[in-house]
Design a protein around this ligand. Structure first.
Ligand SMILES: [Zn+2]
Length: 419
């Protein structure tokens, strides 16, 4: 038995048997003052007022005095397997260079594709392992990782194998998504339908055969893949047991959100240009709206209409979109702060969005995302007495200790042992 003892606040984000929080309910995060959490094996067995807890029965007691406990963050949208940096492009943008000029200089998604194609699987694995350690250190206990910088069968498989092998290195739980339809690679320029056929006839069967991805994603947007192409890909992916997630309505309103509802997607992500029919369709089909404020921040673009979506009763999640081009960040505490200051979400809504609703975006709302009896013991311990400090001290990392599946990972110990 493990006891997380005497926290100033335990933010339970309790859902009482539900698997998400929609609309107004996102504000109810179940804060218990002066509380302790009892964990047996991999699971939470109780959240109790500290004066009702007997620590003598415990094998391990972690002193949480003046600390806040939250469910570990669930970052449900990242592109964390990549090689190379695009800091040079960032600098070019700041110098006023246009997208075309950057592309002409070898930048953009094709730059990441080249780096990935020339990297070995072991190199990608090592890069991913390092990132997973940092991701855990910043409070994320479950992360989704997409392929999508290989853009041919060999390299998409290589990326997903690197993800699969990197899992063993870190306590972070990793869920993989196949995103072959991230962009059309240069060798298929002007032959987009042939690339879609390659995804359907070669990539999906190969990835399914090796059991490399739980989810399938498509960049459904103007200049990328059409609604019709996306739907075709998803219908085949579903036959292989991969659940759809969609990059939808980011650059233009193309009907991506409605398509997400039609194909039964777990989530539609980005949604900067979503319209009212898109919102209604998502609500009817319980599609999670995953918003990625780090991308808007980094590119200096407008933010998704979070208030409209929450006020219309959608299940809203937030995620980092961690990727080398448009959001090189994985600190969910910073994403929460951006959600509050830039998308006008309340701190409570942002916490629901980064925990239980992130879990819902991965179909895991019954397993993780809240601190309740029976749930997996995935808990982040913050060096702050009040949960609002997490959004308030923006850019900081307040995480001290992570419990993942009932195992304690203390970062002060980690740092010493790594020297
Ligand atoms: Zn993305």
């Amino acid at each position: 038995m493990l006891i997380l003892h005497n926290a100033s606040q335990v933010v339970t984000v309790a859902v009482n048997g539900a698997a998400h929080k929609a609309g107004r309910a996102m504000r109810e995060i179940g804060v218990v003052q002066n509380a302790s959490v009892v964990i047996e094996g991999e699971k939470i067995s109780a959240v109790l007022p500290t004066n009702e807890v007997q620590i003598t029965k415990a094998d391990t007691v972690v002193d949480c005095t003046n600390k806040v406990l939250l469910p570990g963050f669930v970052d449900s949208h990242t592109h964390a397997v990549f090689a190379g940096s695009r800091a040079n492009e960032f600098a070019m943008r700041l110098e006023g260079k246009s997208y075309q000029e950057i592309a002409a200089a070898g930048g953009g998604i094709v730059s990441s594709m080249r780096s990935v194609r020339s990297a070995s699987k072991d190199e990608l694995k090592a890069l991913t392992e390092k990132r997973l350690q940092e991701i855990l250190r910043h409070g994320t206990t479950t992360v989704e990782v997409k392929s999508g910088y290989g853009l041919d069968t060999l390299n998409e498989v290589k990326l997903l194998e690197a993800v699969k092998e990197s899992r063993k290195s870190s306590p972070v739980e990793v869920h993989a998504t196949f995103l072959g339809a991230h962009a059309v690679p240069p060798e298929f320029k002007g032959k987009q339908s042939e690339y879609v056929a390659l995804i359907i006839n070669e990539m999906l069967p190969e990835i399914a055969r090796h059991n490399l991805a739980e989810f399938c994603d498509v960049f459904c947007d103007e200049g990328y893949f059409t609604v019709e192409e996306s739907e075709k890909i998803f219908n085949v992916a579903k036959q292989y047991g991969m659940r759809p997630k969609v990059h939808a309505d980011e650059l233009a309103q193309t009907g991506g959100a409605e398509m997400a509802a039609r194909v039964g997607a777990l989530s539609a992500d980005h949604l900067l240009c979503v319209n009212a029919p898109g919102i209604s369709a998502m609500k009817r089909a319980n599609v999670v709206a995953t918003l990625l404020p780090g991308t808007a921040y980094f590119l200096g673009l407008p933010y998704a209409p979070a208030r409209t979506m929450i006020d219309n009763g959608l299940i809203v999640a937030i995620a980092s979109d961690f990727n080398p081009g448009s959001s090189p960040a994985f600190n969910m505490q910073m994403i929460i702060s951006l959600a509050c200051t830039q998308m006008k979400m309340t701190v409570e809504e942002a916490i629901s969005a980064s925990t239980i609703n992130g879990a819902a975006a991965l179909g895991l709302g019954n397993v993780i995302g809240s601190i309740e009896p029976g749930k997996q013991a995935d808990i982040a311990i913050f060096d702050a007495p009040d949960y609002r400090d997490i959004a308030y001290y923006y850019g900081a990392n307040l995480v001290l200790t992570i419990v993942k599946r009932g195992i304690v990972n203390s970062f002060s110990i980690w740092k010493n042992s790594e020297k």
